[in-house]
Design a protein around this ligand. Structure first.
Ligand SMILES: Cc1cc2nc3c(=O)[nH]c(=O)nc-3n(C[C@H](O)[C@H](O)[C@H](O)COP(=O)(O)OP(=O)(O)OC[C@H]3O[C@@H](n4cnc5c(N)ncnc54)[C@H](O)[C@@H]3O)c2cc1C
Length: 472
């Protein structure tokens, strides 16, 4: 029997165990699989939380994928518990709604003649005086002009990343919004979108009746039927290595486990530090930065008259970054359909002022800002609020991240029985499907020998542009 330890019971960790059981024919007495989950529940960032009878997710999780193995697992686990939802997500700016992805004619008609004139001037200027494309700001303003960039890209991007757009790499824009320019938008609006398959996925999405947490609770149930042990409130406190191998670990309750294979979906910095790396690696890992996230779920005593699933808040004078309307995700999430279940989302850094505010203060700020910008009427009364802080939600692709990550990857590759998977695990902007797929590959590497390159998952640029630019 090989002892397999998986760290984290989010989508990646659970899927590793699922795939391992599947390809090894329910383990054929080959593997002894144990999962350590630091919290008291499964699902990680993709869990669903309950607030006085109302369910909400940490962000709003659409289920879409081009990876057949992943959709097979989703269907096998949830069967007919998925609903197909229409997507409407718009930008809110200056008390007006704009289409997302941005549509030129829609924007021009709503911004007003004076603003249109300024945008046009700035666009012409940008075409004459092209900037060298070093930053996100250079890249976008070269294609749209500074004025349009500052309305539709700058404010929101800076809210998400917490750094000025001229410090975010141009490469990130090229990856995420590749192919987007005024020319391409006009062409699409005039000639129509030829990528109908992708378009359908953008306009509609699958969603479990009771939110993404339903998927991962069901998956955990399936795993327990296959004798996979899941230890809640558990984590590694120390690791023993021999040469290039991890041989044993001690958990937070002082239990010792012999290990043959270790798969980690926990944040990469935490994993690497457990290995007591050399100084150079430690420096590199300390310079990989994450952005965190706060979800404030509010229940109001009236139903908001909006069909959006989520709204990007580009208003510069509020901290609020995005708003979810959970009634529009699934009717099963709300107990009373005449009430509104709203998610107010804030992007922040762990331990900054916002992160350290008391829950009641965050609830108050959310309500005030929603009403101040006119998204909710003043007479809506709060019936209940719940705050969830999500550390390390977004890997920050800053100027140095690639160099630092490469140092860390080279070091990790020296351990022959350690594999990293997932989103924070790999420091990669992975959606659920890619996080899950990395788990599948880790399982296959154990069963078939180490042939799959987990670090290479999620390099499909077109997919990024069409699908991911707006999902999280
Ligand atoms: C705001 C937001 C919106 C998103 N929307 C979408 C979407 O619409 N569609 C989509 O497909 N994806 C979306 N995603 C991405 C999706 O949430 C992630 O891809 C997915 O949850 C990553 O899974 P994971 O298992 O790698 O990590 P996680 O979900 O982070 O799970 C990691 C698990 O490890 C546990 N853990 C942490 N430290 C330890 C430790 N030391 N020991 C043991 N356990 C530990 C955690 O408690 C957690 O349960 C969104 C992400 C965000 C932040």
């Amino acid at each position: 029997m090989k002892n397999i330890l998986i760290l984290g019971a989010g989508p990646a960790g659970l899927s590793t165990a699922y795939e391992l059981s599947k390809i090894s024919n329910d383990f054929k007495n080959e593997y002894n699989v144990l999962i350590f989950e630091k919290s008291s529940e499964v699902g990680g960032i993709s869990k669903t939380v309950l607030n006085n009878g109302y369910y909400f997710d940490l962000g709003g999780h659409r289920f879409f994928t081009k990876i057949e193995d992943v959709s097979n697992m989703w269907n096998e686990i949830l069967k007919d518990e998925f609903i197909l939802r229409p997507r409407l997500s718009r930008i809110y700016y200056n008390k007006k709604f704009f289409n997302y992805p941005v549509k030129l004619f829609d924007a021009v008609s709503k911004l007003g003649l004076k603003e249109d004139f300024l945008i046009f001037n700035s666009f012409i200027k940008s075409q004459i005086f092209k900037k060298e494309e070093i930053s996100f700001e250079d890249w976008v303003s070269n294609r749209f002009g500074y004025r349009l960039y500052s309305i539709f890209f700058k404010t929101y991007t800076e809210k998400v990343w917490g750094i000025p757009c001229n410090k975010i790499q141009a490469e990130w824009a090229a990856q995420r919004i590749k192919g987007l320019s005024i020319g391409s938008i006009i062409k699409r609006e005039v000639l129509g979108n030829k990528k109908e398959v992708i378009k359908t996925l953008i306009d509609e999405f699958l969603y479990p009746k009771y939110g993404p947490g339903q998927m991962y609770s069901e998956l955990a149930k399936t795993l327990s039927e296959k004798d996979i042990k899941l230890n809640y409130n558990s984590f590694i406190s120390s690791i023993t290595t021999e040469g290039n191998k991890i041989v044993s670990i001690i958990d937070n309750n002082d239990n010792k486990y012999e290990i043959d294979e270790l798969i980690s979906s926990i944040p990469i910095d935490e994993m690497v530090k457990l290995l007591n790396p050399p100084k150079e690696v430690l420096n590199a890992i300390d310079n990989l930065k994450f952005r965190s996230f706060i979800m404030v779920n509010l229940i109001f005593d009236s139903l908001v008259d909006l069909k959006d699933t989520w709204i990007y808040v580009h208003e510069p004078d509020v901290k609020l970054g995005r708003v979810q309307i959970f009634n529009n995700w699934s009717q099963y999430l709300v107990t009373n359909p005449d009430y509104s279940s709203i998610g107010a989302e804030f992007f922040c850094t762990e331990d900054d002022e916002l992160w350290n505010k008391e829950d009641h203060e965050l609830i108050k700020i959310s309500e005030e800002e929603l009403k101040k910008i006119g998204l909710l009427p003043d007479d809506f009364k709060i019936m209940g609020g719940k705050v969830v802080r999500v550390p390390k939600a977004y890997p920050v692709y800053d100027e140095e991240y690639k160099q630092n990550l490469n140092i860390v990857i080279d070091y990790l590759k020296t351990f022959e029985n350690l594999q990293l998977v997932g989103r924070a695990g790999l420091f990669k902007y992975n959606n659920m499907d890619h996080s899950i797929y990395t788990g599948f590959l880790a399982a296959r590497n154990i069963e078939y020998g180490k042939t799959y390159d987990i670090w290479g998952v999620n390099q499909d640029q077109e997919y990024h542009e069409e699908m991911k630019s707006s999902s999280d």
